[in-house]
Design a protein around this ligand. Structure first.
Ligand SMILES: Cc1cc2nc3c(=O)[nH]c(=O)nc-3n(C[C@H](O)[C@H](O)[C@H](O)COP(=O)(O)OP(=O)(O)OC[C@H]3O[C@@H](n4cnc5c(N)ncnc54)[C@H](O)[C@@H]3O)c2cc1C
Length: 421
């Protein structure tokens, strides 16, 4: 089974593998939301910028995600201020609150054909205790001025078409997109503004000679004064001793064949995207072709793939019994970089070189904003334009152990939910 987004995305802009020795003002490594948003901002400021991508544009998490464009992070705003201190926490919260506006404005401005729908997202209570969590979150968001609305179980049923939920939190600022089309659209806009795009070009050495960076692939190299490393959870072939580290978890999704019109209109009739409060969370949304997409923690390129697929079938049946007979036509998974405090990190990896990572599963808005603000920082040298202070290093402990723990835990929960039926 393949990635639905690849099957339905708008075509990518033209690109070619890097060949020979080139120079640029800025080299951006990685063509996801972060790298493409950075390249767009730099190219618009007439900076000579190259994007170097190991595979294709959007190959990483950006082309695999659920497509929920949310305001803020998973971590509640007050927790962010408690963790970072009031000043830094407020700066991050204030910037990320604007995320849906920024993303949907870019889509409109550059006419990006990415199925944008801005009817909000639904954070659904999977159980009564989940609803209590939503009440706490709602109180905090409302106190901060957010126009969110807590929905009773009946109201949640009306919005989702499912009897299985215990209420929901509607955030009307948010929406959904076709994520691969969005990242390809950002890359196209960057290319139109003058950025050079190199794909199928894995950077295998990043060195500084005291004056310039040398970004080398097996076929070519770029000399640049500044570098943005936007490789996030897909970081490969870069020196692990100097790169900041993170823990990886996997998230998988399954999409049905298009549902008939009548059935499709009973599910998420206003087309919000939804996810739930379960400890091993799941998500569901519709696409533009009336396919229902169900997602949950787990990897499809590992030994538990069948357990995750079987779970998704049961999940779909428990949420929407009328859809049970439909087979999944698509199935795919992707990697998420997480950090112990669930907050992203900007780390310096040398003079004029920064890496950002760890959106902890909330990367459409943050990736777009962090990418553009890294560009602003390179253009201005002013650190206050960044959403977070720059760290000199960042490292996470027991990475492999924690990654295994998440995958084994998700598999166990997915298997147990089978026995429980
Ligand atoms: C399944 C899934 C569901 C998600 N759902 C949502 C959601 O609904 N909403 C939301 O906001 N966020 C979601 N996220 C998170 C979001 O997708 C990510 O945070 C975001 O895509 C990260 O973007 P990025 O540009 O930083 O990294 P990526 O998109 O991962 O891009 C990194 C790129 O770097 C390239 N690369 C790596 N190493 C090298 C190298 N050595 N040389 C050259 N290139 C290299 C990779 O090939 C890759 O294309 C989800 C993530 C996943 C995996």
């Amino acid at each position: 089974m393949n990635n639905l987004w690849e099957a339905t995305a708008a075509p990518p802009p033209e690109s070619e593998p890097l060949a020979g020795s080139l120079s640029a003002d800025v080299a951006v490594i990685g063509a996801g939301f972060t790298g493409c948003a950075a390249a767009l901002r730099l190219a618009q400021a007439s900076t000579d910028v190259c994007v170097i991508e190991a595979e294709d544009i959007g190959y990483g998490a950006s082309g695999r995600n659920v497509g929920l464009v949310n305001a803020g992070l998973w971590v509640e705003p007050q927790m962010i201020e408690a963790e970072l201190g009031q000043e830094n926490g407020k700066r991050l919260n204030d910037m990320l609150i604007q995320a849906p506006d920024i993303v949907f404005d870019l889509i409109e401005k550059h006419s990006i054909p990415c199925e944008p729908i801005r009817t909000g997202t639904l954070y659904c209570a999977h159980a009564r205790r989940g609803f209590r969590r939503l009440e706490r979150r709602a109180a905090q968001l409302i106190a901060g001025g957010a126009p969110v609305k807590l929905l009773s179980p009946d109201e949640a049923r009306e919005k989702t078409g499912s009897d299985a939920l215990h209420g929901a939190l509607l955030d009307p600022r948010a929406g959904t997109i076709q994520p691969l089309s969005y990242v390809r659209g950002l890359a196209k806009a960057a290319s139109k503004a003058g950025a050079k795009l190199y794909t199928r070009s894995r950077v295998n050495a990043l060195t500084h000679d005291g004056q310039q960076w040398r970004v080398a692939t097996s076929q070519g190299s770029i000399s640049a004064k500044s570098v943005i490393v936007a490789t996030n959870a897909y970081t490969a072939s870069l020196d692990s001793a100097t790169m900041p580290s993170f823990v990886t978890i996997h998230y998988c999704q399954f999409a049905t064949a298009p549902l008939g019109r009548d059935l499709a209109h009973t599910i998420l009739p206003e087309r919000q995207g939804a996810w739930d409060t379960a400890m091993v969370m799941s998500s569901f949304r519709m696409d533009n072709h009336d396919r229902l997409i169900v997602g949950g923690i787990g990897r499809l390129d590992g030994p538990s793939a069948r357990a995750h697929a079987a779970w998704a079938g049961r999940k779909l049946k428990s949420l929407f019994p009328a859809v049970q007979a439909k087979h999944f036509e698509f199935g795919w998974s992707g990697r998420i970089a997480i950090t112990a405090d669930r907050l992203p990190k900007i780390a310096r990896i040398g003079p004029g070189a920064l890496m950002v990572h760890g959106y902890n599963g909330r990367g459409i808005g943050p990736g777009t904003i962090f990418g553009a603000s890294l560009a602003d920082y390179i253009l201005s040298g002013d650190e206050s334009v960044l959403p977070l202070p720059v760290l000199n290093r960042h490292s996470e402990s027991f990475r492999l152990l924690k990654s295994c723990f998440y995958e084994v835990g998700a598999t166990a929960v997915h298997l147990i939910s089978d026995w429980g039926r």
